[in-house]
Ligand binder design. Sequence first.
Ligand SMILES: Nc1ncnc2c1ncn2[C@@H]1O[C@H](COP(=O)(O)OP(=O)(O)O)[C@@H](O)[C@H]1O
Ligand SMILES: N[C@@H](CCOP(=O)(O)O)C(=O)O
Length: 323
Amino acid sequence: MAVHTKVAFADAATLVAGYRLGTLNVLTGIDQGIENTNYRLDTSGGPVLLTLFERRTNGDDLPWLIALHDHLASRGIAVPPVLRADDGAALSTIAGKPAALFGWLEGAAIDDPTLGQCAGAGEALGRMHRALAAFALARRNPQGRDAWHDLAGRYGERLDELQPGLKAIVDTALARIEAEWPAELPHATIHADLFPDNVMAVGDSITGLIDFAFACHEVRAYDLAVTHAAWCFDADGTCLLADRSAALVDGYERAHGLLPEERAALPLLGMAASLRFLLTRAEDWFAWRDDIGVTRKDPLAFARRLRFYAAASSEDLMGPTPQ
Ligand SMILES: Nc1ncnc2c1ncn2[C@@H]1O[C@H](COP(=O)(O)OP(=O)(O)O)[C@@H](O)[C@H]1O
Ligand SMILES: N[C@@H](CCOP(=O)(O)O)C(=O)O
């Protein structure tokens, strides 16, 4: 579960009183998620989401995050709208943490994606990238290449505790990613963490994209690579699920399109995405304590994806390049 910080009912009720939401009836911690603390607030004006921003979200970046939500919502992209207090403020402090209230989305976070949901997620990602072409504010990637070097250096030999030889695999991948990084590809603001559990759906219909905590200015196709790595493998990360991959990429092509150079770079970007989640999951694995109640995610599921992408061609991922 991900309630890192306990919020008292009285504090949440005081917060709600500062918005046009009526009164707070029920406060419920949300079990899903890893990074931030989330509560469902049932108010007399309907349900809303309370997020407390935790350790991997720099407080200085929060006004940027709010501007991003506002930009996307104003362009009709289904993201939770940021609610404003009566004094116009989007950000507040609760239990000593920076916090915000968001509109509640219909549906449930996706667990085991259907092909229809893969296609819908690809389309939603593409539509979001179209809307973000006009978003001028840039945030540096907090989990980008500098962070990967830092994490790989910090955990070094300990990676071999997860799997003998993992440090060498990580070092080799990092060197290749640095040497081949496609810096010349178009950059844009990207989500950077569009896992199935960050996409809400009712059946095959996508009702919204959530959790922009890692959104940043990056190589745009890296976002498709993250999404591909998260959606298109079996549970332990060994096998590409080709039908999911085709549905996701086709959906993205319909809504946005891929340049030939982006298509060609996807295996390397898939390696980069795999390395990113391998390293942050390893960091969480080493820091994990059973009393904090957060589900521990398997770093090796992304070591297996890394191996797959390192040996893959773009045709392996997406079929032949369209002429
Ligand atoms: N706006 C929302 N409307 C409804 N449910 C939401 C909303 N935002 C988050 N949730 C629920 O909270 C869970 C955790 O949210 P998420 O943003 O992924 O947390 P974390 O930042 O900890 O990963 C989601 O899986 C979803 O069930
Ligand atoms: N998606 C990442 C972890 C980040 O957690 P989230 O719940 O904030 O998406 C992973 O699976 O490693």
